[in-house]
Design a protein around this ligand. Structure first.
Ligand SMILES: Nc1ncnc2c1ncn2[C@@H]1O[C@H](COP(=O)(O)OP(=O)(O)OP(=O)(O)O)[C@@H](O)[C@H]1O
Ligand SMILES: [Mg+2]
Length: 243
């Protein structure tokens, strides 16, 4: 993976040197339209150190995406403590959560959520548009370097919709890295891909982890890929079981 300049103001050291993620007694219940609450996560304790690469496995409906959504500050726990980069997040307002998420967390989903009519370059620049301190030229330069690092330079100015599923997922990884995040959350990023594309996408995540020390939480139903991760946790019926 090629070197690319880090954006100003996103130095990983600025976010602390303790655990990147620390959950204690985290519970999540959903209201489902009636007075009845359904608890999906039942007291999760989980700690991820800087630079860890951790697979998350477990049956469909066990709570993996719910867990990632909480760690990614896309949703709030019902109870418990959720610390990211040494900051307790449960008391923060939406503005603070958005800021923390935007600057330090990159997401890769099963469905890439690219804007298919926009160019590859525009898609990768998207997370930088909302952040202060990016002159246009620096944004383009960084986005181009990221696109090169996922091997798609020749597609840079093409609409994202023209690319294959595997290529689009590589663009999604480049976009997730736009802000040089300390933490990448990948929810079944290889779920829709053929074996070769899945291997390529997984290798890219490994590169990011090794070369940038990025902490990666990787949800997968693929035991072969999980076996290549240094650590695997299992989410079973809303509880985390360490392998
Ligand atoms: N917004 C929501 N409102 C109500 N229930 C929800 C909501 N999101 C998830 N759930 C429920 O929480 C449980 C866990 O869902 P989750 O999506 O976390 O599972 P998962 O482990 O990611 O499954 P899969 O492997 O199929 O992606 C399921 O029973 C689901 O129906
Ligand atoms: Mg899921």
């Amino acid at each position: 993976m090629a070197e690319f300049p880090a954006p100003a103001g996103t130095n990983k050291m600025a976010v602390g040197t303790g655990p990147v993620v620390q959950l204690s007694g985290v519970r999540k219940a959903y209201h489902t339209g009636t007075a009845i609450e359904t608890e999906v996560l039942h007291g999760i304790d989980l700690s991820l150190q800087p630079g860890e690469f951790c697979a998350v496995m477990g049956p469909s409906g066990s709570g993996k995406s719910t867990l990632l959504n909480l760690v990614g500050l896309l949703d709030r726990p019902t109870a418990g403590s959720l610390r990211l980069f040494d900051t307790e997040t449960t008391g923060l307002d939406d503005h603070a959560l958005t800021r923390l998420r935007g600057h330090h967390i990159g997401f890769v989903f099963q469905y890439h959520h690219l804007i298919t009519a926009f160019s590859v370059l525009e898609n990768v620049m998207m997370p930088m548009l909302g952040a202060a301190g990016f002159p246009d030229a620096a944004m383009q330069q960084r986005a181009s370097a990221l696109i090169a690092s996922v091997g798609l330079s020749q597609w840079q100015n093409q609409p994202a919709g023209k690319l294959s599923g595997g290529q689009q997922q590589r663009v999604a990884i480049a976009r997730a890295l736009a802000m040089n995040p300390a933490l990448v959350l990948a929810d079944e990023p290889t779920g829709n891909l053929d074996t070769k594309s899945a291997d390529d996408v997984f290798a890219l995540l490994q590169d990011v982890n090794r070369e940038h020390g990025t902490t990666v939480l990787f949800v997968t139903h693929n035991p072969t890929l999980a076996a290549r991760c240094p650590r695997t946790i299992h989410v079973i019926d809303g509880r985390v079981i360490e392998e």
